[in-house]
Design a protein around this ligand. Sequence first.
Ligand code: SF4
Length: 265
Amino acid sequence: MNPAPANQNTALPSSKKRIFIGLLGLTFALIMLLTLLGGWVATIGLKNISPSLPLIAQIITALIFIFLSGIIFTLVFAVIFEKELPFSQRVRGLGIKLFLPLMEILGPRLLKIPKESIRNSFIEINNRLLVSSHRHRIKPDRLLLLLPHCLQQSECQRRITTSIDNCKECGACDIDDLVKLARNYQIHIAVATGGTLARKIVRDHRPELIVAVACERDLTSGIHDTFPLPVYGILNQRPEGPCWNTRVDIETVEKTLQVFLCREA
Ligand code: SF4
């Protein structure tokens, strides 16, 4: 089942918080260990060059430690209390660029957490941070609803990746309702077959915000690749398996659009 949009009244399930915070803690501990080890090795080596260099190395190590600790505590605070934070956007960026790739490597190996659960938890946290940091109303023509090709009914011959206007709105798949939704809210809507086409669509439309529907893997890589452009992720449903006649909860999509489009200016 698709999660409800992360507006101010919904709380993240605690299991998703636990996965994210647990992995964040593990990643942080390993980075700190490596930083302290690197600082210690540098201190020993630099002593032979100049007596003042070890002190400089220690100061740099301490600054990295304080900086990363600040990021981690801000992220953990945001996740636990689900509050708007100063620098939410930057913190979200560091979470995406620095910690997510490490969490994806460490989680399955050290804690035996499936990659899909890590990505699922990350998408929810990203959505939450995005909603709390984006408090102004988005103009409809600056919002792009980006859809995966697998939502299209597999036997449909209409070339909706060229233009979604080619959909004849027959009702055989969720593209029909999504086209109507986009028309109703006057937002841009497009279908991508993969990352290259998605990037081209984003370049062409230059949105302020993307609401993207996809699986865990594609949403995670999309959020990562398009940063700092914000992407709100909605998971698709896969009743016939991955990449084939997938579905999406239309109500969830509509509520998400309302969160960003109907917000007080
Ligand atoms: S709604 Fe009908 S015409 Fe449109 S993409 Fe789906 S199957 Fe094709």
